[in-house]
Design a protein around this ligand. Structure first.
Ligand code: GLN
Length: 243
């Protein structure tokens, strides 16, 4: 078995070591004898995104989000929309997550029109929502708890009927007001959780891998791994954040 992974915009969207998520995906596949072929797709290059099994997009500051707009609308937008409709698994973080929606209006009033693959939008606000946070994924996303780190000005509002990835236990999530975190659509997982999201949350990582493998091979049982160290880190943060 093999997964073809696309790392979209590794040149501009890579805050707090978002790239570590690619290492984690590759490692957890490798431990199970499953190959991973990772292709980087920076500004200026094109690819048919529906040909991949899993796409990863990291986060970025307003500056980077504005800098990639022209490139995004030179074909990657349509390619990404059709990959999403085709059911390609996709993990998008913060600025990358915002990019899947209709638009992001920064706190300074600059509007970035994004790809509109999923009905939601984001509006910048003060103060920024910063800190370690905790949420529980919905049933369609495996139901595990996720410990993460968020740092965003944007408040995201999901359109009517659009499902969140999960529900905030502690912290802000999409907007600090309605209790939702991220988005879940077809095989898309969008979240505000930066940095080592997948290493700290092995159950969530495996759910994502299973989603991509099941789409490609019909069914996928992932062999269990010894996650004692990962779960100790996860559980310690759950303990700290739950009080
Ligand atoms: N620039 C966006 C915001 O502040 C996204 C930030 C990020 O990816 N950390 O909302």
């Amino acid at each position: 078995m093999e997964l073809k992974i696309c790392h979209m915009y590794p040149d501009v969207l890579n805050l707090y070591g978002d790239r570590g998520n690619i290492l984690c995906l590759r490692q957890r596949l490798g431990w199970r004898g499953i190959e991973a072929e990772v292709t980087e797709l920076p500004i200026g290059e094109q690819a048919s995104l529906a040909d991949f099994d899993l796409i990863f997009i990291g986060g970025g500051q307003d500056f980077e989000q504005e800098a990639l707009l022209a490139d995004l609308h030179r074909g990657k937008d349509a390619s990404l929309r059709s990959a999403i409709e085709d059911g390609v698994a996709l993990l998008a973080i913060c600025g990358g997550y915002q990019m899947l929606g209709n638009y992001y209006e920064t706190a300074e009033g600059k509007r970035c029109d994004f790809i509109g693959a999923i009905d939601f939008h984001t509006v910048g606000s003060e103060p920024r929502m910063i800190g370690n946070y905790l949420f529980r994924c919905g049933d369609k996303s495996g139901g595990s708890t996720v410990v993460g780190f968020e740092n965003h000005s944007g408040k995201t509002r999901l359109g009517p009927g659009v499902e969140p990835l999960g529900w905030v236990i502690s912290g802000h999530g999409n907007n600090g007001e309605d209790g939702t975190e991220g988005v879940r659509y077809r095989n898309v997982f969008g979240t505000y959780s930066h940095g080592p999201l997948l290493p700290k949350n092995p159950a969530f990582c495996d759910f994502l891998l299973q989603t991509a493998l099941a789409r490609k091979y019909g069914s996928a049982e992932l062999a269990p791994l010894d996650d004692a160290a990962e779960l100790a880190a996860h559980d310690e943060m759950v303990k700290r954040l739950q009080v």
